[in-house]
Design a protein around this ligand. Structure first.
Ligand SMILES: [Fe+2]
Length: 145
């Protein structure tokens, strides 16, 4: 069974973001599968490294997008991205340099890390873009009279 299954309710409604979220799901599921298959700690770390690198890229893409659309809560979002990034970066560090091993708690952590990011932060970006698009359309309609 997959750790994370994609649902329509996870859709932010912005193609770039949704595509990247699906890829993050894929990496987290890959990590879970690798763990379930009994792969070595080293193999698990390889997947986790990819997840950390991709998460960093994803957050950067979102921040660029938020800048482009004039998103009003950019600074707050950047702060949240930093916190979220630190938490998986630290997990990666802990698993890389200490004796800590991947366990059920690690998987639970990654699952909720992902869902929290989508459901608490990114949904609002989609809402903002739709509101903005509706305003533009209304303005065009009015000027066309
Ligand atoms: Fe995101």
């Amino acid at each position: 069974m997959k750790l994370l299954s994609w649902r329509a309710s996870y859709q932010v409604g912005v193609d770039l973001i949704d595509t990247e979220h699906k890829y993050l799901f894929k990496l987290i599921n890959e990590f879970h599968d690798s763990y379930a298959a009994g792969n070595t700690h080293k193999q698990l770390l390889l997947v986790l490294n990819r997840l950390v690198a991709y998460a960093e890229e994803h957050f950067q893409h979102e921040e660029t997008l938020m800048q482009e659309i004039g998103y009003p809560r950019l600074a707050r979002q950047e702060g949240m991205h930093q916190k979220l990034f630190s938490s998986i970066f630290e997990l990666n560090e802990k698993l890389s340099v200490t004796d800590a091993k991947v366990d059920a708690e690690t998987l639970r952590f990654l699952k909720y890390w992902m869902l929290e990011h989508i459901l608490k932060e990114d949904m609002d970006i989609g809402d903002f873009m739709r509101r903005k698009a509706a305003q533009v359309e209304k303005a065009i309609g009015e000027s066309a009279g």
